[in-house]
Ligand binder design. Structure first.
Ligand code: ZN
Length: 208
C-alpha cells in the first residue's frame, strides 16, 4: 500500500479553492513562468496548491485498489502498454534511472510526492513565505510522474478495474487531473501519448 492520504489540517491551501475557481490561467502561467515573487504571485501559488494534494490522494486510493492485481510478477516493469517504459530516479538516492516493477515504482513515486507536499521549504504555508525559484518545475515534475500511474492503470489494468466497477471513478479522476494539468500547462502534451485513445474516447462521450 502507498502512503496514507495527506491532509494539512490548518493549511490555508485547504481554503485556497480548487480548479473550478475563477481566474485567468494565462496570466497565472505567465507570472509563474517569469517567477515574479510578488504578493500576488504567492496568492496564486496558494490557489494552485490544493489540486495536487487532491490528485495525490485520489491516486493513492487507485494504487490501493491495485493490490493483488498489479504485482512484481504481473508487471515486472513500470510501463504503459508495450511502447512506454518508465524508469525511476528521485534525484537524491537514485539519480540514475533504474528499472523497477510497477508496484515498486508507484510506491516510490507516491512516497516521493508525499514528501514534497509535506515540505514547508518547497510548499510553504502562508503568504509571507517565499516559494523556491524552481517551484513551478517541481509542480510540473509531480504532475508528469503522477500521470504515469494513470498511463499504467489504463493501459495494463483497465479490464480488471472495469470488472470491479471502478471505471467510472477512474474516468472522473483522470478527467479532473487532465483538465487541471492542461489548463495550467503542467504536462507536456507528448506525455499524454499512452492515453490518447482514452482521452479521445472521454472527449467524444462528453460531447455526445
Ligand atoms: Zn501493473
Amino acid at each position: 500500500m502507498g502512503p496514507a492520504p495527506w491532509m494539512p489540517p490548518t493549511n490555508p491551501r485547504s481554503q485556497a479553492g480548487g480548479a473550478n475557481n475563477s481566474g485567468c490561467p494565462e496570466m497565472v502561467f505567465q507570472m509563474m513562468f517569469f517567477r515574479w515573487h510578488t504578493h500576488e504571485i504567492r496568492v496564486l501559488y496558494l490557489w494552485i496548491l490544493q489540486p495536487p494534494i487532491d490528485f495525490f490522494n485520489q491516486l493513492n486510493l487507485i494504487y490501493g485498489s491495485l493490490v493483488g492485481i498489479c504485482t512484481a510478477s504481473t508487471c515486472a516493469t513500470m510501463s504503459a502498454g508495450k511502447r512506454h517504459e518508465y524508469r525511476w530516479a528521485d534525484d537524491v538516492s537514485t539519480a540514475k534511472p533504474v528499472r523497477l516493477s510497477a508496484p515498486e515504482y508507484m510506491d516510490r513515486l507516491l512516497s516521493w510526492v508525499q514528501s514534497l507536499l509535506a515540505s514547508d521549504t518547497i510548499f510553504p504555508i502562508g503568504l509571507e513565505t517565499e516559494y523556491p525559484p524552481d517551484f513551478f518545475d517541481i509542480v510540473c515534475r509531480i504532475f508528469r510522474r503522477l500521470l504515469r500511474i494513470y498511463a499504467h492503470v489504463y493501459r495494463d489494468h483497465l479490464e480488471l478495474l472495469t470488472g470491479l466497477n471502478e471505471r467510472c471513478h477512474l474516468d472522473a479522476c483522470l478527467g479532473h487531473f487532465l483538465l487541471f494539468a492542461i489548463e495550467f500547462r503542467l504536462i507536456d502534451t507528448r506525455e499524454l501519448s499512452p492515453l490518447v485513445k482514452v482521452i479521445r474516447s472521454m472527449a467524444a462521450n462528453s460531447t455526445s
